[in-house]
Design a protein around this ligand. Structure first.
Ligand SMILES: [Zn+2]
Length: 271
């Protein structure tokens, strides 16, 4: 699933490709791809100009002035450029053509969506309404985390919870906790100030570096230009089960925490 860095890259790509351009054709495959429905989707977008793009958690925002597109790629969705207009189908689930190009297809939105909201109602979107602070926002502070972590839940479970921090997923949570020297199974309320401070710093540093390297690609994620990310080469524990820890040489262990495959070094991250 694209996490904060990948969604940031795609959002910035879309602005580079289409900002200032007017929508001349648009369609979705089925009613369940967008809250606007098959008929409402083009009706709301035709003639609108993409002003800017952004991100809320893992949702791409496309600001068309009177209407805002909220795109959630969820697991396997991608944004690709089509050589020519075609009718939306099972793979190219939503398509938007801009005057003079590009023709953007939002693929495989089977669990995802391309919703259309009035700008003043974006905050009411069911996912956006419960997002916690973004890691790059002013609300994301050590003090905020100290308060949010006053719970018995595993630290991994809390960092995955979008209502605690917006944008993190399985890959970056494992990497952040390794960098912070905190085992993913640790109860959040057992962490001391120094550990929380390290989680705070590692979150910003790792996400920043991953954006610089244009995200992590395993299979489905590509940016809007079709290129893969490079951060997979920097991963220290994620998908490295059985390999030596880059810090101490202990074998990286894979376990299940908060229902997700989890990678950690038992020496650098004592339980
Ligand atoms: Zn280690």
């Amino acid at each position: 699933m694209p996490e904060l860095p990948e969604v940031t890259v795609i959002s910035e790509d879309l602005e580079a490709l289409a900002a200032g351009k007017e929508v001349v054709r648009a369609g979705i495959f089925r009613d369940d791809v967008s809250n606007a429905g098959v008929a409402g989707f083009p009706a709301k977008l035709l003639g609108k100009t993409l002003e800017r793009t952004g991100r809320r958690g893992k949702i791409i925002t496309l600001d068309f002035g009177e209407v805002v597109g909220l795109v959630h790629l969820v697991i396997s969705g991608r944004v690709v450029q089509l050589p020519a207009w075609q009718e939306p189908d099972k793979i190219n689930t939503a398509i938007v053509e801009f005057d003079g190009g590009p023709i953007l297809a939002f693929t495989k939105l089977w669990l995802g969506y391309f919703d259309l909201y009035e700008p003043e109602r974006v905050g009411e979107h069911p996912l956006i309404s419960r997002l916690g602070p973004d890691p790059f926002s002013e609300g994301f502070t050590v003090e905020y985390l100290m308060d949010a972590f006053k719970r018995k839940a595993s630290i991994k479970g809390l960092l995955l919870d979008q209502s605690i921090v917006a944008g993190l997923g399985n890959i970056y949570v494992d990497e952040v906790l390794f960098a912070a020297g905190v085992h993913p199974m640790r109860k959040a309320n057992s962490l001391d100030f120094a550990e929380i401070e390290r989680i705070y710093s590692a979150t910003r540093e790792i996400l920043h570096e991953a954006i610089e390297l244009r995200g992590t690609t395993f299979d489905s994620y590509h940016d809007a230009f079709g290129e893969t990310g490079k951060y997979q080469h920097r991963l220290k524990v994620f998908t490295r089960a059985g390999e030596p820890c880059p810090v101490c040489g202990t074998r990286i262990q894979k376990s299940r925490v908060a229902g997700r495959g989890t990678h950690a070094c038992s020496t650098c991250q004592p339980v």
